[in-house]
Design a protein. Structure first.
Length: 404
């Protein structure tokens, strides 16, 4: 009967001199993946590597860790493979991380990133390479940098020492063209040599508002006729770096994404870190996704979770929106919640289903394509009863809501 109807319909269309209607091709591919990610930090990687003398040892440890991630219902691991100017992989630009095998610049016994990629692929997990672009060291002591560290070489070169800034820690100078080139080359190296699904930047940009970090470069800019004030010029420096990284990634492999996880307070990003996040998410060519760290409960006085998530939903236009969640606060007082509301301060302490309820809320919020959990050790710590209970709720809500 169905075939007869189709034939009659076709005949009528032909008699009427009409063509059968055609389904329009989508203008761009639809990404059906709802990202359910966990951040795996450098100190958690350090713990995984500890005691793994061979690649087989580390492979076994990683597979076990990734199986735990998958058992919760997550589908993405975001691994911090360059926490400073160092690397958990083979690099021509950065020395082996001290968090990898104990000493910066030591021999790479095996390639942690490649082993993690292999394990992720075998288990059907996405994997992202997480980078801190400007941070050189967690210490201010340059003697802790290896001789091969580019930052140390620059510090010992009178003509290039302004590429590096030292206060309580050591950072690259975001105003330096050489620094921007180094960051771009470092990203290109990963995308060219490793089958990652994305490059992921953390929330660290300008490390200070002090004028001395880029006084030389800003003076040169003004002397050449530049008209931007210092703050606007600094934001342009960071945006140029972000745009250059995006272009470099797409040039090598358009299927690899580039995303950034800023803090959730837009005004703080703009005013103190010189990160023009609103521009990045409303103009093309900066990021594929943004993942604000909305590390607050529902009753936070300044940034309550639902309102903050909605504000980001309203702002993001040109890229995907994910949300970072604070599993690390499970069972803890939230000192940033409020000055006078005890129920807000104790929200994470008195409830073990905050994160799971936030996941449920995000799943119903149009325009949000997933979430990231901070971090792996809280996801798997059986000794932390509050976090373990929260994880059980997370697993349950993912299953019950059929979160893709």
């Amino acid at each position: 009967m169905k075939k007869v109807f189709i034939c009659l319909l076709s005949a009528l269309l032909l008699l009427g001199g009409c063509e059968a209607p055609r389904q329009e091709e989508p203008t761009e591919p639809v990404n059906a993946i709802y990202v359910k990610a966990v951040w795996l930090s450098y100190y958690e990687l350090e713990s995984l590597i500890s005691g793994c003398e061979t690649d087989k040892d580390f492979e076994k440890a990683v597979k076990s860790a990734f199986k735990e991630v998958k058992s919760v219902g997550l589908n993405t691991v975001t691994v911090q493979v360059r926490p400073c100017a160092d690397a958990f992989y083979k690099s021509e630009y950065f020395p082996v991380s001290k968090y990898c095998f104990g000493v910066q610049g030591s021999e790479l016994k095996y390639d942690p990133l490649q082993i993690m990629i292999n394990a992720a692929q075998q288990l059907g997990l996405r994997i992202e390479a997480w980078i801190n672009p400007y941070r050189v060291s967690q210490s201010s002591d340059i003697n802790e940098l290896s001789e091969g560290n580019i930052a140390k070489k620059w510090l010992n070169d009178e003509n290039k020492k302004s590429n590096v800034y030292i206060n309580d820690k050591i950072y690259f100078n975001p105003a330096s063209d050489e620094v921007r080139k180094l960051i771009v080359n470092g990203v290109k190296e990963i995308v060219s040599n490793y089958a990652v699904d994305a490059i992921h930047f953390d929330d660290y940009f300008y490390p200070t508002t002090d004028k001395d970090i880029d006084e030389k470069e800003y003076g040169e800019y003004k002397d050449s006729g530049g008209e931007l004030d210092l703050d606007s010029w600094r934001r342009e420096n960071v945006s140029e770096m972000v745009k250059s990284v995006y272009s470099a990634v797409k040039e090598i492999n358009p299927s690899v994404e580039f995303g950034i996880s800023p803090q959730s307070k837009v005004s703080a990003n703009y005013g103190t870190l010189y990160a023009d996040v609103e521009r990045w998410v409303t103009e093309d060519g900066f990021v594929d996704y943004i993942c604000p760290q909305i590390y607050f409960g529902f009753y936070n006085e300044v940034q309550p979770f639902t309102r903050t998530a909605k504000d980001w939903q309203d702002m993001v236009k040109s890229c995907k929106l994910y949300v970072g969640l604070a599993l690390y606060k499970s069972g803890q007082e939230d000192e940033f919640a409020s000055n006078d509301q005890s129920y807000a301060i104790n929200e994470f302490k008195d409830n073990n289903d905050i994160i799971s309820r936030q996941i449920s809320y995000l799943n119903e919020l149009n325009g949000v394509g997933g979430f990231y959990i901070f971090s792996y050790s809280y996801l798997t710590d059986a000794d932390n009863e509050s976090a373990a209970e929260e994880v059980r709720y997370i697993k349950k809500v993912i299953q019950q809501n059929n979160i893709r």
